[in-house]
Design a protein around this ligand. Structure first.
Ligand SMILES: [Cu+2]
Length: 240
């Protein structure tokens, strides 16, 4: 547990310790980087995806600014050389006057900096669901997205509540001869359960990386069972 001051750039440092008790220094490159570092507020209102630098002794460091007081979760997503992918998490606390905000509503569109990103497809518990995100600006589809982290988009999914971190895989990559530079970016995500998930899409256009944030509901959009469960209307359809 680490305490950080609100609004002040902090030189955040950490090491990944291997089974032998020593700092891990050899990593596989995944999505162009040896380690991806994600910081979200526990209410999923804020999201940062940054790339720390590693010193020769295995100490990672990154400048981190957390503007609002509250509780945050940080995730390090990496694969040691010779090992499989891992995600480790830690809590970060920012002291101050915390004002809880209502959660982001379940929605099929998100706005960021004049861009509109729309979400098609559903999260289906226990199955690899296809998600297609389409980027437009001023009502026109964006067809010149720029590669970012080896793809036209990078999607992080976190389960609301416990912030379980899900690995999401992009379909296709820039330069493979079949993946277009927008407006659509396709991913496959498998969620472990029903409920709400925060989805955060990083995409790059005209030299700037932006993040579109959604709340998506797993299990929604499924065909209704022909026989209604007998335990009342609490299981009614959710509309978008
Ligand atoms: Cu990353």
């Amino acid at each position: 547990m680490t305490t950080i001051k609100a609004g002040e750039p902090t030189d955040f440092r950490f090491t990944v310790t291997g089974p032998d008790g020593r700092p891990v220094t050899d990593y596989q490159v995944q999505h162009d980087k040896k380690l991806h570092f994600i910081v979200v507020s526990r209410d999923l209102a804020t999201f940062q995806h940054v790339h720390p630098d590693m010193a020769a002794d295995g100490v990672w460091s990154v400048k981190l600014t957390l503007d609002q007081p509250g509780a945050y979760r940080a995730f390090a997503d990496f694969a040691p050389t010779g090992g499989s992918g891992l995600t480790l998490g830690t809590d970060l606390l920012v002291a101050g006057d915390y004002k809880p905000q209502p959660p982001r509503q379940v929605a099929r569109t998100a706005e960021v900096d004049g861009y509109t990103v729309s979400l098609a497809g559903d999260l289906v518990p226990g199955q690899a669901g296809k998600l297609t995100l389409s980027v437009s600006k001023d009502g026109k589809p964006v067809t010149d997205l720029q590669p970012y982290l080896g793809a036209y988009g990078h999607l992080v999914a976190l389960r609301a509540g416990d912030l379980a971190y899900l690995h999401v895989h992009p379909d296709g990559e820039p330069g493979d001869g079949k993946t277009a530079a927008g407006p659509e970016i396709t991913f496959y995500a498998e969620v472990p359960s029903g409920g709400d998930y925060g989805l955060f899409l990083d995409f790059q256009h005209q030299g700037k990386v932006r993040t579109a944030a959604f709340t998506a509901q797993a299990g929604a959009g499924q065909p209704k069972p022909t026989a209604e469960p007998s335990d009342g209307p609490a299981h009614g359809d959710h509309t978008h």
